[in-house]
Design a protein around this ligand. Structure first.
Ligand code: FAD
Length: 324
C-alpha cells in the first residue's frame, strides 16, 4: 500500500512571490501522488497578498506570523505532529540556517541547492543538484532518514500548473511562550554587507538576453545592453562571457550560476552547453541566434535564427531607435 506523505515549505522572503508560488505548486503536484497535505510556514510578518499567493498555489495549511525566536520550536512541532516527510526551504540565508539546525535536531537528511524533486514511491523522494564543483548533476535520496529535507535553488521550478486552488486553511500563529531551549544556538561573529550595485536582477526578469562568446566585441555588448533596456529586458550570459570579463559573475546563467525562468530568453552567440542550458530549463520561450546551423542550443529553442548575432543586434537596435 502507498505511504501517505505530507510535505512542507518553510519560507521567509516576501519578495519571492513567484518563486514561492512555483514551489508550492510543485509540492501540490507531488502531493497528488503521495495523497498527502501541503503545509507552508511563513516566518515573520507577511502580507495578506503573500498568503493569498501561497493559498492559490495549493497549500492545504498556511501557518504565518511565526517569530524568528520561536521558528525552530514551531517548525519542529508542526513537522513532528503532522508526520511531514518532505521538508523544503526557500533559498535565503534565514531558511538555510534554520534548515541546518532542524536537520540536526530531527536527524534528517538535508540536501542544499536542489533544482529538482521527484517522488520515487514508498514515501521516498529524489533530489537533483549540481555537485563536484558543479561539474555534474546528481540525484540524491535520503535512504534511511524519516525526514527528507532540502533547500531549493531559486527559480528551479516552472509554472508547471495553472490550476488555482485557494481553499487552504490559514492559521495565524501566536506564540504563547518563547521556548528558549529551542532558540537558535548560534551567535553572529561578523556581519558583512554584500555589494549589490551592478546586479541587474535577471533572476526575476520576464525577458532575458543571453550573451555568449559568439559576440566578441565589448561595443556590441554595450549595444545589447541598450537594446535590452529598450525592450525592458535584462542581460545575462554564459560562463565563457564571465571568463572573458564581459559580464559580471552575478549575471552568469547555468549550473554554476543562477537559474532563470523568464517568459522569453534570447540567446545571442551561445553554443548551448549543458551547463548553460540547465539554468534555462524554466524559460518559457527560447529564441537563439547563432551562425552555426548545428549549434546545440537550437535543439532547445522554440525559434532559431541562423545568422550573425552582432548584425542582428545592430539591426534590432536601429529598428527600436527609428520606431520608438
Ligand atoms: C564545471 C563546469 C561548470 C560550468 N558552469 C557553467 C554555467 O553555469 N554557465 C555557463 O554558461 N557555462 C558553464 N560552463 C561552461 C560551458 O561548458 C560552456 O563552455 C559555456 O557555456 C560556453 O559558452 P558560450 O556558449 O558563450 O561559448 P562557446 O561554446 O564558445 O559558443 C559560442 C557560440 O557562438 C557562435 N558564434 C560565433 N560567432 C557568432 C556570430 N558572429 N553570430 C552568432 N553566433 C556566433 C558559435 O557558433 C558558438 O556556438 C561550465 C563548465 C564546467 C566544466
Amino acid at each position: 500500500m502507498e505511504v501517505i506523505a505530507n510535505s512542507i515549505l518553510i519560507c521567509v522572503d516576501e519578495k519571492e512571490h513567484m518563486n514561492t508560488l512555483r514551489v508550492v505548486r510543485k509540492l501540490r503536484i507531488l502531493s497528488k501522488r503521495t495523497l498527502g497535505m501541503v503545509y507552508v510556514i511563513c516566518l515573520g510578518n507577511c502580507s495578506s497578498e503573500y498568503i493569498e499567493i501561497i493559498n492559490v498555489g495549493g497549500a492545504h495549511k498556511i501557518i504565518h506570523g511565526v517569530s524568528e525566536q520561536s521558528a525552530m520550536a514551531v517548525c519542529e512541532k508542526i513537522i513532528v505532529e503532522n508526520q511531514i516527510g518532505l521538508i523544503t526551504f526557500l533559498d535565503s540565508v534565514e531558511c538555510k540556517v534554520l534548515a541546518s539546525m532542524l536537520a540536526t535536531k530531527l536527524g534528517g537528511g538535508l540536501i542544499a541547492d536542489c533544482i529538482g524533486i521527484e517522488y520515487e514511491g514508498d514515501g521516498k523522494y529524489s533530489f537533483l543538484r549540481a555537485a563536484a564543483s558543479d561539474s555534474v548533476l546528481v540525484k540524491i535520496m535520503c535512504k534511511d532518514t524519516k525526514y527528507q529535507m532540502c533547500t531549493i535553488k531559486k527559480n528551479s521550478f516552472s509554472d508547471i500548473e495553472d490550476a488555482k486552488y485557494g481553499s487552504g486553511e490559514v492559521i495565524e500563529y501566536y506564540s504563547t511562550e518563547e521556548r528558549t531551549d529551542s532558540m537558535p544556538q548560534y551567535k553572529v561573529v561578523n556581519r558583512e554587507i554584500y555589494k549589490t550595485e551592478g546586479n541587474n536582477f535577471i533572476d526575476n526578469a520576464k525577458i532575458v538576453f543571453g550573451f555568449g562568446r559568439g559576440i566578441k566585441s565589448p561595443p556590441t555588448l554595450m549595444k545589447l545592453r541598450e537594446l535590452a533596456e529598450r525592450c525592458s529586458a535584462k542581460v545575462g550570459g554564459t560562463r565563457a562571457s564571465v571568463e572573458d570579463r564581459l559580464i559580471d559573475e552575478k549575471e552568469q546563467i547555468g549550473q554554476s550560476g543562477i537559474s532563470i525562468s523568464p517568459n522569453i530568453y534570447v540567446a545571442f552567440g551561445i553554443s548551448g552547453a549543458q551547463q548553460h542550458i540547465v539554468g534555462l530549463k524554466n524559460a518559457k520561450i527560447i529564441i537563439s541566434i547563432n551562425n552555426n546551423e548545428h549549434a546545440p542550443i537550437f535543439d532547445y529553442s522554440d525559434y532559431v535564427i541562423i545568422d550573425n548575432a552582432e548584425e542582428i543586434i545592430e539591426a534590432a537596435l536601429q529598428i527600436m531607435k527609428n520606431d520608438f
